[in-house]
Design a protein around this ligand. Structure first.
Ligand SMILES: [Zn+2]
Length: 519
């Protein structure tokens, strides 16, 4: 089916302008493959005229066959007073050998005069010459009108003249850009409608999120006649980022009911979002709309009770549609429904009539009162339920441990010893580490892998410490949250104690025990 709204991804170009985002050529290729499989219509690979890495990307991309998406090279129009055939930057766009070229140029007279330092007529000639030249070379040309909205507000006639120059020269899509990200949806809608009335080419929208309206502005433009939307996965981009495609796509498909990506792709949306975060080495934002871990999480007892009866009562849509899932959070606000749903979610057979339910609930409330928190430590919660439900013993016990630290001039040495019992066997191990928790983790792991070699794959990915009721100073309790992974799954565990080492050990022990329970 032909899309009513085309999706143009610029994660690899505009997205990589974001602070802390750095993709290697290999990363870019893997992301491009993922985007292609997901079904976006265009992938902007980079700006070959701006850096060697992007040239290398396009070089390598020539070896790839994209099945659904068309690859685009981004660049600017010819420089002022230079023939387009002689412009090096334009030549590099051709050398990228992509089916699509995206050209950016000025709409706003302020930029023409003060930044470009040329005449309004020369700017129009730069646009027309460059678009026509690329069309003559057989390219599909996307024309990005920089500062389209600010320019239109300043001088509507000139703004329109610049867009018409691109269209007359053959541009296939004219994209209005809110480059500074400061416009309101009503302005975006009004100006897009004005452009729609004067242009016949496909109209696109490119927005930034500077005032938190990147997605809202894109939707406003679509409402006013745009049928091509540019953005980045997870909203990466300069300053506060670009229009977030992982929000825009489901809004277009499920709220505006317009066909955009293949419908079979929507359930892969959360996976796409997580994949790109992983490639960028950025922690997934749990509060991201649609795809975040908390997007369908319920905490209050009344909500949970209602959701159990009828999901629609507190959910705007079925989370599975975008590959997300409903989560029930456990806290001292929790009622029996939370526990039952949570336990079922964790894979236990349990109902409101299960006799152990009362014990589980009171044990959770008791631990939370002591400072435990299970929202980010579902593995610890699963172990707790399992111990009560199945009356299981621990697969191992830590019988003794010792941690010491010595500082000698510039050198510090931290050492931990652990004595672990499994059935009738005992292991005694020692390890050094960068710090006490690291040493303890090393010693515990060394002891346990003798009995359970599969624990070799488990490693710590995050370690968080929180001091509770700090009024009591050093006697305050410490809560330690640990995240672990075996390369396939991540899980969180928690430990609380007045002693930070003891709290850490508890979270570590839970992490290892959970890894074993999953076998
Ligand atoms: Zn941009």
């Amino acid at each position: 089916m032909k899309p009513e709204v085309e999706i143009y991804d610029t994660t690899l170009r505009d997205g990589s302008q974001g602070e802390g985002i750095n993709f290697s050529v290999m990363d870019k290729l893997r992301i491009a493959e993922k985007l292609d499989a997901f079904g976006v219509h265009y992938i902007e690979g980079g700006w070959p005229g701006s850096n060697p890495r992007d040239i290398e990307f396009f070089e390598q991309a020539k070896q790839h066959r994209f099945r659904q998406a068309k690859l685009s090279a981004f660049g600017s129009t010819r420089r002022k007073h230079v023939a387009v055939e002689q412009d090096d930057q334009v030549r590099m766009l051709l050398e990228a050998k992509t089916p699509v070229v995206t050209l950016v140029a000025k709409t706003w007279l302020l930029h023409v005069k003060e930044v470009l330092r040329t005449t309004p007529d020369e700017n129009l000639a730069m646009i027309a010459d460059s678009v026509r030249f690329l069309k003559d070379q057989g390219k599909f040309v996307v024309y990005d009108a920089e500062h389209a909205f600010d320019g239109f507000k300043d001088d509507p006639e000139y703004a329109l003249a610049s867009w018409q120059a691109a269209e007359k020269a053959g541009a296939d899509v004219v994209v209005l850009c809110d480059t500074n990200g400061g416009c309101l949806p009503a302005d975006i809608a009004r100006i897009t409608a004005a452009a729609r009335g004067k242009l016949t080419a496909r109209l696109g929208i490119h927005t930034h999120n500077d005032i938190g309206l990147g997605v809202a502005n894109a939707l406003a433009a679509i409402g006013a006649g745009a049928t091509h939307v540019q953005g980045t996965v997870n909203g990466y981009g300069e300053r506060t980022g670009n229009c977030n495609l992982t929000t825009v796509i489901p809004n277009v498909a499920l709220k505006m009911n317009k066909n955009c990506v293949p419908s079979s792709s929507l359930p892969k949306l959360r996976e796409l979002s997580q994949f790109v975060d992983e490639m960028a080495n950025i922690r997934h934002d749990p509060r991201q709309p649609w795809v975040g871990a908390t997007a369908f999480a319920h905490k209050g007892g009344i909500h949970v009770n209602a959701v159990e009866k009828l999901a629609r009562s507190y959910e705007h849509i079925d989370p599975a549609v975008v590959g997300n899932r409903r989560r029930v959070l456990i806290s001292d606000l929790a009622g029996r429904s939370n526990i039952v749903m949570k336990a079922q979610e964790l894979g236990f057979k349990i109902s409101a009539d299960t006799p152990e339910l009362k014990t589980i609930l009171s044990r959770i409330k008791d631990l939370e009162h002591q400072g435990f928190e299970f929202e980010a430590a579902e593995a610890s919660l699963a172990l707790l339920i399992r111990r009560i439900l199945r009356h299981k013993d621990f697969p191992f016990t830590v019988e003794a441990y010792h941690v010491s630290m010595r500082r000698d001039a510039a050198d510090s040495v931290v050492e931990a010893t652990v004595k672990v019992r499994v059935g009738s066997k005992v292991a005694h191990t020692v390890a050094e580490g960068d710090g006490p928790v690291n040493a303890l983790d090393g010693a515990l792991r060394a002891a346990l892998v003798k009995f359970f070699p599969q624990l070799n794959r488990v490693r710590l990915t995050d370690y968080k410490v929180r001091i509770l009721d700090s009024v009591t100073g050093t006697a305050a309790k410490t809560r330690v949250l640990i995240e672990s992974t075996d390369g396939r799954e991540e899980w969180g565990t928690v430990g609380v104690s007045e002693n930070i080492i003891e709290a850490s050990l508890r979270a570590l022990v839970d992490s290892m025990e959970y890894a074993l329970m999953r076998k």
